[in-house]
Design a protein around this ligand. Structure first.
Ligand SMILES: Nc1ncnc2c1ncn2[C@@H]1O[C@H](COP(=O)(O)OP(=O)(O)OP(=O)(O)O)[C@@H](O)[C@H]1O
Length: 216
């Protein structure tokens, strides 16, 4: 059984091939970390996979995809928008249902940002915004997590805590990371990309910090 099985993915911009052709398979219960130098194609790979698995995946893009003018609560609630009727969502936008607030609040607590629940996202710092986007991905509860540099704006201990939280909630995930320690700690398998191609694909037990340096 496979969670992700994609073959012959390739992307070009203006006749310049930036990704692939490549194929990728992920088993259920596998946490795979994607590494590679800036511009190698990590975001392109993740967004291509998200395009194909939209209905099964929680998506945490690098640009976060938050609605800046809405509150923290509403941004996190949006993860489950498709589970309710249009009317329910409109009423909840104007006057949030207490049961929905109770569902959202624990994720904000996990991200230490519950004190900002009614604050508009455009009033938050970069790290706070990233924690809101992570809370939204946690609240979604999909089959697979696709995350592009999910902890890039967080400091050491917070990044560690958030990675633990994401990998507890999602046992199947594909995560792009630029931190070698986090990649080795949380990945079960590491994929190294260079010039849009997979140049390394190994279980973490076979890898050392040294062996990953060429991808950073
Ligand atoms: N919309 C676009 N139009 C043209 N070129 C693009 C576009 N998006 C990405 N690229 C190019 O595709 C290549 C891969 O970009 P991508 O964003 O996937 O890299 P990345 O590995 O995620 O980089 P980073 O670590 O800096 O986020 C880069 O050379 C980039 O310039």
């Amino acid at each position: 059984m496979t969670a992700i099985h994609l073959t012959d993915i390739s992307v070009s911009y203006d006749n310049r091939q930036v990704l692939g052709p490549l194929s990728l398979e992920l088993k259920p219960g596998e946490i795979v970390v994607v590494i590679g130098k800036s511009g190698c194609g990590k975001s392109t790979l993740l967004s291509q996979i998200y395009d194909r698995l939209r209905h099964r995946a929680a998506w945490l893009p690098q640009d976060l995809g938050l609605v800046d003018t809405l509150s923290v609560y509403h941004n996190v609630y949006m993860a489950q928008l498709d589970q309710h009727s249009r009317w329910y969502n409109i009423i909840n936008l104007i006057r949030p249902f207490s049961e929905q607030v109770d569902n959202v609040r624990p994720w904000l607590k996990r991200m230490s940002i519950d004190d900002k629940i009614w604050q508009s996202v455009d009033q938050l710092s970069g790290g706070q915004k990233q924690r809101v986007a992570i809370a939204r991905a946690l609240h979604q509860g999909a089959e697979i997590l696709l995350a592009d540099e999910p902890v890039s704006a967080l400091d050491g201990p917070k990044a560690d805590q958030v990675m633990a939280c994401l990998t507890q909630q999602y046992s199947t995930a594909l995560i792009a990371l630029h931190d070698v320690d986090l990649a080795l700690r949380y990945g079960q398998r590491i994929i190294g990309i260079s010039d849009g191609r997979i140049m390394l694909d190994q279980p973490v037990q076979k890898l050392s910090q040294q062996s990953l340096l060429e991808f950073y």
